[in-house]
Ligand binder design. Sequence first.
Ligand code: PMT
Length: 400
Amino acid sequence: MKGKVILLGVSGGIAAYKAAGLCSALVKEGAVVHVIMTESATRFIAPLTFQSLAKTAVITDIFAEPDPGEISHIALADKADLVVVAPATANVIAKAAHGLADDMLTTTLLATRVPVLFAPAMNVNMYHNPVVQDNLARLRARGWLVAEPGEGPLACGYTGRGRLPEPEELVDVIRAIFRQKKDMQGLRVLVTAGGTRERIDPVRYLTNDSSGKMGFALAEAAARRGADVTLVTGNTTLPPPANVRVVPVESALDMHRVVLDLLPQQDVVIKAAAVADYRPALAAERKIKKTGDRLTIELVRNPDILADIGTRKTDRQVIVGFAAETNDVVTNAAAKLRAKNADLIVANDVSQEGAGFGSDTNIVSLVRPDRPVRELPQMSKRDVAEAILDEILAIRKDRL
Ligand code: PMT
């Protein structure tokens, strides 16, 4: 971290006092720290504390332009190697997510082109509020980073997620950002995500509970690691990840066509989508009217996209499938690995809490031919994505 310029944005929450510890730790690591405080942050801790620790002027007022030769927020945004917002309140997260710029911190965030790390800290109910989660998803989709808050007793009296991580933990995250390798540079990666919709008529369809979170996390992580990423996605409400080409599709047949078209250009294909195995034999052109007591819809098999990729793949391509299982997870995954000629199957027991459809976490086992199965503990889908990408790089290395 020696010589790195870090812009520390402090917003107004009780955890602002912990930002002083972070500032001090970063200075000890050799970083040059410039601090911007929101007005409410100054109610919790004095600017002089940061000035004394960082030995740089603390900026609180967007109109204070101490040097007539430059515009402060642009100059700061340009000279930083990293911006860290700690603590990031729900308010500053919302402003950043929507591009509001009504103070020095949010204006600088708009002007910077370097990585930005948000460290949210707030009451547990505020943190889990869908609006806050939505705004955090927007930040991530722009390629900004979010450090997960810790769990424990909170200043408000509640116990739960919402604590600002300790300064040493944040320093570790910051070190990792500076160390982040672009180890997928030059690789073309296709990821599928979300569930398919199989039309019954113009207003009805068959689908499943896939939210797209697992596939989006994979696309996001691969792009961050330097890959050229195409994300073929079924219906989802997630915002498109930064630096990723997104191809929306509806049905399994659409996904089949798009994926096979793009296959020859790919080095890696990861099939995290939940593809319907069957579709209505006929999609009615008009809305089906209520008639008798029963309605029978005939279903026909969809093509198995992963299996079709398996028959066409070249020696240089790595093909990864998922297995959503509720029993005999590893045995069934191993059978899929063989049947679909994949290089890796990521098996998840979707009957477990915290795994599979919809959740922010997953519990997976990595199954490869002729290798011991790697069982991973419950992790965020983002961390699972990193582990899968590491495994893919290991497969490529084994082939050399
Ligand atoms: O989207 P989330 O809410 O984050 O949930 C993630 C997830 C549970 C959807 C994901 O982790 C997952 O398990 N995806 C695969 C779900 C699935 O369809 O599993 P399967 O066991 O039925 O299929 C096995 C593999 O074959 C999968 O890679 C699937 O994409 C593929 N497949 C299946 C059927 C088909 N017709 N074509 C396919 O390519």
